[in-house]
Design a protein around this ligand. Structure first.
Ligand SMILES: [Zn+2]
Length: 178
């Protein structure tokens, strides 16, 4: 029941920088834990920035001061038969009906980051972070082989057939310290 509304799937794609082998992994989630500090330690002003950072720098790690550092993504490449540097990207494969986001207000040493982060009441468009389905995937999910999507979803499609726009439903605020 809960998962029907709150669960989504993220797909992470890694490409071996040496031979171009592509590996994808799927992971289900029920909320996204968003960073609210930039790599330079500046706090973000809007949830858009938090989400953009989540998707573009999800390989970053935080040290005990909460400073974020980029680390080189690696792939255990089946063709090169060893670990190799990779490029990495993450997108929603299946966006949830109801998206829960959590702002990461505590750094690794337990210090609270008391900055304000703006968010829209309506019209948070996350289409940009949703993977464009391939024709084969659409047919697999659809369970049919007829061409019910018309011009959308053709092999090599570059157009997103749907828009994923979220409106604010509720907020939970935590006060005080850990
Ligand atoms: Zn390789």
């Amino acid at each position: 029941m809960i998962s029907a509304y709150f669960q989504g799937t993220l797909e992470t794609t890694k490409v071996c920088q040496e031979c171009g082998t592509v590996s994808t992994t799927d992971e289900t989630f029920q909320d996204l834990v968003l960073p609210i500090l930039s790599k330079e330690g500046q706090s973000f002003n809007s949830i858009d920035e938090c989400i953009a950072t989540y998707f573009t720098h999800d390989n970053d790690v935080e040290d005990e001061n909460g400073d974020r550092k980029s680390i080189q993504p690696m792939i255990s490449c089946p063709k090169c038969m060893r670990d190799k540097p990779a490029t990495k990207s993450t997108l929603f494969k299946i966006p949830p009906l109801v998206l829960c986001v959590q702002l990461r207000r505590y750094n690794n040493s337990g210090k609270k980051i008391d900055t304000s982060v703006k968010f829209p009441i309506e019209g948070m468009n996350l289409t940009h972070y949703v993977k464009i389905p391939s024709r084969a995937e659409e047919m697999a999910e659809d369970g049919s082989s007829n061409d019910s999507y018309g011009g959308f979803g053709a092999v090599g499609a570059t157009k997103q057939p749907y828009q994923y726009v979220y409106s604010l439903f509720s907020i939970i605020c935590h006060r005080g310290q850990l």
